[in-house]
Design a protein around this ligand. Structure first.
Ligand SMILES: Cc1cc2nc3c(=O)[nH]c(=O)nc-3n(C[C@H](O)[C@H](O)[C@H](O)COP(=O)(O)OP(=O)(O)OC[C@H]3O[C@@H](n4cnc5c(N)ncnc54)[C@H](O)[C@@H]3O)c2cc1C
Length: 392
């Protein structure tokens, strides 16, 4: 059995990039079909990003009258950089007049799924895409298997790969799925979710002799904390007590409030930018186009910045028959992508202790941390990037 459907834009992936793109296209009067291999329940339950830039929040408020970013989410006006047993607050509004919001990605996705389904979006869960057939360059076809195991093809005027870091659409744009610029880091994050109140009102980014730790949050009842680890570490290996000892040793000066650990994982660090972001009528956005280490909290925000650009370009192409903006999409998107790549790489190297660090490396790193924290220019640079450059 097989079925086929036609639409103007086929979007692979119902993550933040795919869902926001469908909304922006609908606002421009452009129909789309979204397919995702996961179920709605799975998408709404996966805990990932937590920090939204000012521009992301402004966009969510504009497109979704029911967004809960201001009710369930919390505005954060700063972070603490901790090193050498001292804390240094980076005061975002005082430095750049902007803030960030702590609003977990799965809550953003609940809002967006409700918004799109209410509007009648053709959104198909449990559909696994195998690839894109571009043999008719004006009408690429998404080749997939639906939730019942039957073949499904989606023919469109344009296909967007919003299918995350293991993108299958990427092969239609770059020939090989891994083709691009790539860096791997000699450390990862051991992450936990625990049932406890916040240990600190703002996030703490702590560089200590023993390595890096991030004391983050998810809600008043559940906290997210990370410590630097070997990328090959086994998340099941340490006991809860060992995890708390490791975290506590890395944030001297703050007494962590512990509680039952309800999830633990190891996150490897990678930087990646696909060699091409568009070929003909197929384009990549979000993690399909690039990944960043999580230290700068840029991944989801960058995905959303891509779709703001792409939706404008698709409106010009499909409504005004103007090919200029889509021809310029890659170059414009890469401007921000490489700034975010740099910031994520810089924050990672600034805060983590490399396994082979010498005494010179440690002292130089502390000198760099002091250069940033003790100078208004340094704090401003960090605040500007962390709260996000304005969306185009
Ligand atoms: C632990 C963790 C913490 C993070 N913290 C932050 C943070 O603090 N701030 C931040 O900005 N970012 C953070 N990120 C990154 C952020 O989660 C991603 O950058 C973001 O999800 C990218 O969105 P996306 O829409 O491009 O892709 P995704 O959210 O990955 O969505 C892709 C969708 O495509 C679907 N899909 C994949 N393959 C197929 C296929 N073959 N067929 C059909 N569907 C498919 C998937 O099921 C998925 O729903 C974090 C990530 C992790 C893992």
């Amino acid at each position: 059995m097989s079925s086929s459907v036609s639409t103007r834009v086929a979007i692979v992936g119902a993550g933040p990039a795919g869902l926001i793109l469908s909304q922006l296209l609908a606002d421009a009067g452009i129909d789309s079909v979204i397919v995702d291999s996961r179920s709605r329940e799975d998408i709404e339950a996966t805990i990932r990003a937590g920090i939204l830039e000012q521009g992301t929040v402004d966009l969510l408020r504009r497109i979704d009258p029911d967004t809960r970013v201001d009710t369930v989410g919390n505005r954060h006006d700063g972070i603490e950089l901790r090193f050498g047993d001292e804390g240094h607050r980076i005061d975002f509004p005082a430095l750049v007049g902007r803030s960030v919001w702590l609003y977990p990605q799965h809550e953003v996705l609940k809002d967006l799924l409700a918004l799109r389904l209410r509007a009648g979006q053709d959104l198909r869960f449990g559909v696994s895409v195998a690839g894109v057939d571009s043999s008719d360059p004006k009408h690429p076809v998404v080749v997939a298997t639906d939730a019942r195991g039957e073949s499904l093809s989606v023919t469109a005027d344009f296909v967007v790969g919003a299918d995350g870091s293991r993108s299958v659409v990427r092969a239609a744009v770059t020939d090989a799925r891994s083709t691009g610029h790539f860096r791997e880091y000699p450390y990862g994050w051991f992450g936990i979710l625990c049932e406890a109140p916040p240990s600190s009102p703002e996030l703490i980014y702590s560089n200590s002799e023993a390595g890096f730790a991030l004391i983050s949050q998810r809600s008043p009842e559940v906290q997210r904390m990370y410590f630097q680890c070997d990328p090959g570490a086994d998340p099941a290996a340490p006991s809860d007590a060992e995890i708390w000892d490791t975290l506590q040793a890395r944030v001297p000066g703050t007494t962590l409030i512990d509680g039952p650990i309800i999830q633990r994982d190891v996150l490897r660090f990678r930087s990646f930018v696909a060699r091409d972001l568009r070929r003909g009528r197929v384009a990549l956005v979000g993690d399909a186009a690039h990944t960043v280490p999580p230290t700068g909290a840029k991944g989801m925000n960058l995905a959303i910045a891509d779709v703001v650009l792409l939706s404008d370009a698709l409106r010009a192409l499909l409504v005004d028959q103007n090919e200029g903006p889509i021809d310029g999409y890659e170059e414009r998107a890469l401007d921000r992508i490489w700034k975010a790549q740099h910031f994520s790489w810089w924050m990672t190297n600034l805060l983590h202790v490399a396994p082979d660090a010498t005494e010179f490396d440690r002292r130089r790193q502390l000198g760099e941390l002091r250069t940033v924290a003790e100078s208004e220019a340094g704090r401003t640079l960090l605040a500007e990037a962390y709260t996000g450059w304005p969306l185009s």
